[in-house]
Design a protein around this ligand. Sequence first.
Ligand code: URA
Length: 218
Amino acid sequence: MTRVQALAALRNEWSDCKRCGLCERRTQIAFDRGASHSKLLFLGEQPGVNEDETGKCFVGMSGQLLDATIEFVKIDPRDCYFMNPVLCLGMRKPQTKDLKACWPRVARQIELVDPLLIVTAGQISTNLILKRKGGAALRPIVGELHMARFEGQVIDFLRPVIPIWHPSFVLKQGGGTAEEGDPTDLAATPTEDEFIKAMRTVKAVWRRLRQEYYGRRA
Ligand code: URA
């Protein structure tokens, strides 16, 4: 089975999922966006109404800001693959039980895409992937390079991870509130410049990894 077929089978297997309460409001699951051979994987938080409508990840305002920033720092969009730690939009943010229910799908999807670098956007996906406590603050580790271990179907594997701000959190700046679970106040809200700075770090690490990977294969 090819990677494309395996991902299609995984999507199919989860398309009627009722493993957590988030399924109640969804029209359809939002599985991913981007080509399956893309090696820079962005993990968001949760589909919104636009994602629910289209079945694709990061197609609303957050996605537009993310895409624009990717372009601004000159990362090739064709290298980018987008997915979320849960498949369904909800009236609430994903809770631990939702994340746990969806985890086998997340781990398998990451294993199949086999990214060179994972970018976790926001507190929820960062804490999930780096196995931190749910409420652990994001700010101190934004733009840092970490390693995460995954249990694969065949073998365990390690992947570099860089946390960035969630774009919706950047969009809220000025009128928004501090990120949930990070009660340090509005000072925690990132500016657009901080978002770009974190993405420039992603770009620098990505450029190196990409060169090593494609250079070796060329
Ligand atoms: N859209 C997504 O697909 N994920 C997010 O985290 C936000 C918007």
